[in-house]
Write a protein that binds this ligand. Sequence first.
Ligand code: DP6
Length: 380
Amino acid sequence: NVYQATTSAPVNIACIKYWGKRNESLILPTNSSLSVTLSQDNLRSTTTARADPSFTTDRLWLNGKEDIIKPGGRLHTCITEMKRLRAEFEAANPDQPKIASFNVHICSFNNFPTAAGLASSASGFAALVYALSRLYVLPHSPEDLSLIARRGSGSACRSLFGGFVAWDMGSDDATGSDSKARQVAPESHWPEMEALICVVNDAKKGTSSTSGMQRTVVTSALLQHRISEVVPSRMAEIERAIADKRFGDFAEITMRDSNQFHAVALDTYPPIFYMNDVSRAIIAIITEYNRLSEQPKAAYTYDAGPNAVIYALTPNVREIAQLVLYYFPQAEKVFIGGKEVEAALPEGFNEAVAKRWEVGAVKGLIHTRVGDGPRVLSDR
Ligand code: DP6
């Protein structure tokens, strides 16, 4: 008998940022967060997990290279937790094969280069947990599985769902049983939601999320203000904006929250800079673009690196891509709806808000949309 499953899982990009842990080992956040799941047609992690009595140890390969599973580390925790769920399942279903004690081999690939600077831990841990849940034929919901993906990387818990996803911080500090993901709306609710990822060139390796947020929690007074006074109302407001499909409000909250996250990084001591001059130029360009209409038509957001993710609705995406290409004419070609995007400035746009950049400042644009949750590719 072969016990094996292959799944894929999506990337998610937060509109309300997770930044700070109240419990490091359980990965419990200091605030709730909310993200958009991006389509796996463009960006995904694909993972195969196999259990076999002949395996002498658990092993994992990431993009073809073996990764050591450190005892007590995050990978180890996720695999151990999934084996525990299988053992419980076997105890309750004595007719099921006894495979919980077998070692597993796990093989995972990202279809996007790590060099693109896109975080892969969220899709990677979501795909790993989901592959093991299929291998073990577990009855658990995505919400249950998000509790385990969270132990791999906090943001990974949100990749267990498609569409618009909240991670509720929870209040159970002893076990973290209520710190899990929840779908706010499926991808079908607002299929016009699209994203343009501006892949910004960046040579140096910055501060990791894990160590960066650790330092923020210890040193930033602004983080305390954010946690208690800002995020709770923002979570409620953005959920309502999504429910009512009010893009202008969704965009303003998203941009304000990205700004505050980077302000908190700067308030950390010593300070942390994730955005660079190119990131800031893109903010200036989007701000000028939004000035032209009554309501914002584009929302930028930045994670722990210089890449911009721009959310926009279908009718405006081409115009925004044209605008970005105008300032970064050396970026690789991009196609939208099968048609190449040509650089252009919208009517009335003040060109002087940014300079036109030299070769390589933006490598290219990735055009994608809101997408579904993890997929089963094979199950046997
Ligand atoms: C800026 O989930 O990578 O992308 O839990 O330590 O693995 P760990 O951190 P991680 O942090 C993500 C931070 C962020 C914001 C977000 O995705 O909400």
